[in-house]
Design a protein around this ligand. Structure first.
Ligand code: PEP
Ligand code: MN
Length: 357
């Protein structure tokens, strides 16, 4: 429910309401406005009597939250959620660029592509160590060895790392190495996994499933938020339609729809949405124009040799050019893609991590 306070309500009146609702295990989000304050309340409705709250001092009116997802809705929290990951801000006016290979293939390979992504303008390094492959006979990822290489690449480049976690039992391990946990499309409704990443408190990027509606997607985000983990971002990665020229159909509508319904940042993944590198640039620029808070792109120095998703991977040079074009589009919609600083040679092993603006 939303509790709208009278303009004359004092901090004590607000605190009394917070104490009452949190006392029965509900969660609050207070917005102190210029004219009046509003308190978003979520939790088990059976424990709270709306009329009783309505009679408390300073309350003007109490309204139900109309959506089934409460904490994820803009009704509950009108202002955008901004997530801080190291020096990188996600969900603010600046867009974030995440890039890297589909899978971590080896130490040298990862360090090479991480440096190339960083030099081309990426802020966050992506790479899968646990891969959800359609065939059990395909490469399944390097596991913990891959996580170690990701952590080493973070040290070498200064870029925070995002990687997928598929197994609730592995959440603590992946948290040790990664800055952002990725929930893949195939696991959007794996509630045991959503509960585990929710409890971890670690930033999470929740991908939309092939057939997930916006409501189902936001309900999955709600699972994570319900554990008090507010660091949730969404990712549109294409849905399944009847088109066969592209791997998936990029639902560009999802970007303004999610921005309207939710306060959570939205990242676009045109690599999986198109499945072909030739179309990735168009999707990325369209996503920026549509209001995405960032993009995640698969980059590989030799896409033909990639162990997974080579067909949709950009070469570093193409990626570098695309970052410049995306920046121009971002500026046209009054946003920006900040430069990530120029890497400085430190020693033979890597570069000095530079603060990312
Ligand atoms: C990936 O990011 O490599 C991936 C497997 O994505 P999705 O879950 O969207 O298919
Ligand atoms: Mn992939």
């Amino acid at each position: 429910m939303i509790v709208v306070m009278k303009p004359a309500a004092t901090r004590e009146h607000i605190d009394a309401i917070i104490e009452r609702v949190e006392g029965v295990g509900c969660k609050t989000h207070v917005i102190v406005g210029e004219g009046r304050s509003v308190i978003g309340v979520i939790g088990d409705g059976r424990t709270l009597d709306r009329r009783q709250i309505g009679r408390m001092i300073g309350v003007e009116t109490v309204m139900p939250i109309s959506k089934p997802y409460k904490g994820a809705s803009r009704e509950f929290k009108p202002e955008n959620t901004v997530i801080q990951v190291g020096d990188v801000t996600i969900g603010g006016n600046d867009l974030v660029v995440m890039a890297g290979p589909c899978s971590v293939e080896g130490r040298t390979e990862l360090l090479e592509v991480a440096h190339a992504c960083r030099e081309a303008g990426a802020h966050i390094l992506r790479g899968g160590a646990y891969k959800p492959r359609s065939s059990p006979y395909s490469f399944q990822g390097l596991g913990e060895e891959g996580l170690r290489y990701l952590a080493e690449a973070r040290e070498a480049t200064g870029m925070p790392v995002i990687t997928e976690v598929m197994d609730p039992a592995l959440v603590p391990l992946v948290c040790e190495y990664a800055d952002i946990l990725q929930i893949g499309a195939r696991n959007m409704q794996n509630y045991t996994l959503l509960n585990a990443v929710g409890k971890s408190g670690h930033p999470v990027m929740l991908k939309r499933s092939f057939s997930g509606t916006t409501t189902e997607w936001l309900m999955s985000a709600e699972y994570i938020l319900s554990h008090g983990n507010n660091n949730v971002m969404l990712c549109e990665r294409g849905i399944r339609a009847n088109e066969t020229e592209t791997r998936n159909t990029f639902d560009i509508n999802a970007i303004p729809v999610v921005k309207h319904l939710s306060h959570l940042p939205i990242i676009a993944d045109p690599s999986h949405a198109t499945g072909r590198w030739e179309y990735v640039g168009a999707g990325a620029k369209a996503a920026v124009a549509a209001g995405a808070d960032g993009v995640i792109l698969e980059v590989h120095p030799q896409p033909d040799e990639a162990w997974s998703d080579g067909r949709q991977s950009l070469k570093p040079e193409r990626f570098a050019k695309l970052v410049k074009q995306m920046r121009a589009v971002a500026m046209a919609v009054e946003r920006d893609i900040p430069a990530n600083g120029v890497p400085v040679a430190l020693n033979g092993r890597g570069v000095r991590p530079l603060p990312v603006r």
